[in-house]
Design a protein around this ligand. Structure first.
Ligand code: MD3
Ligand code: FE
Length: 252
């Protein structure tokens, strides 16, 4: 189990509901939150980069496999690979935009720099999924399982309105903790948190002026394919599953 009962503060929502928020210093193992990692100027520069991406890779509305139910978020991607989902073919990564059939635009340099600084020794990111949340949008609890390199963390950057994020454990029924993600926050999801259930409960409208018209944008940088041998050699010990830790001396 990943979630643990930690220190919480009770927070009032505008809807007059009260929820418990876990303090940033008390999150589950493998979940690291860097509050305000991006300055307001950095956030504006990144937003310009993402607006440019959206001009060549227009937003699309993903749909659930089989049922075809549309997500309440819109998406696009940048980088060599992009995550897409539709009724017929389900969740997958592909190297082309589902509507334009063009390759995804490159990742803005600022994102590659964040990966170098926060996701140290994790090869190069191959996909940046861009989720767009209007005021009422949410993302139901799910696990990210479509990537083939479990040793690579996921790095997330939040822009715009605050969001209530939850993360639990490896089972849907495991207890969850909630934390606010705010504009400029970076989080790194590795180790035991990498395959935990998580989602976005709600967007708190009017909490940021970054995005004209409001709403929230979340960027997730992901390694999709397995590391090369050289990349795997550089993975820090604490990121490996305990069964795969290098031994300091031979067993016999
Ligand atoms: C925990 N995005 O794109 S970001 C997603 O705010 C996704 O748009 C949310 O969940 C959003 O899949 C949450 C933080 C995050 C991203 C990836 C994770 C948390 C994660 C992967 C594993 C565990
Ligand atoms: Fe996710």
């Amino acid at each position: 189990m990943v979630a643990h009962p930690g220190q919480v503060e009770r927070v009032w929502l505008a809807s007059r509901k009260q929820i418990e928020m876990t303090l940033a210093e008390d999150l589950p193992e493998g979940f690291r939150l860097f509050r305000g990692a991006l300055s307001p100027a950095g956030q504006r520069a990144l937003l310009v980069g993402i607006e440019n991406v959206m001009l060549s890779a227009p937003l699309f509305q993903p749909c659930m496999p089989r049922t075809g139910k549309p997500f309440s978020v819109q998406m696009t991607n940048c980088g060599p690979l992009g995550w897409v989902s539709d009724k017929e073919r389900g969740y997958r990564y592909q190297d082309r935009h589902p509507q334009t059939a063009l390759p995804w635009p490159p990742m803005p340099d600022l994102l590659l720099e964040l990966w170098r600084n926060y996701a140290k020794a994790s090869g190069l990111p191959e996909a940046c999924l861009i989720n767009i949340y209007p005021a009422g949008a949410r993302m139901g609890s799910h696990r990210d399982m479509d990537e083939k390199e479990p040793r690579a963390p996921v790095l997330s950057v939040s822009l715009g309105d605050d969001a209530v994020f939850h993360i639990g454990g490896l089972e849907r029924s495991d207890p969850k903790v909630r934390v606010e993600l705010r504009s400029g926050d970076v989080c790194l999801l590795g180790g035991p948190s990498r395959f935990a259930y998580h989602g976005i409960d709600r967007i708190l409208p009017g909490t940021s002026v970054l995005i004209p018209g409001g709403g929230r944008i979340n960027l997730t940088l992901r390694r999709v394919t397995a590391f090369s041998q050289a990349e795997a050699q550089a993975v820090p010990e604490e990121r490996l599953p305990s069964s795969a830790r290098r031994r300091s001396r031979p067993l016999s």
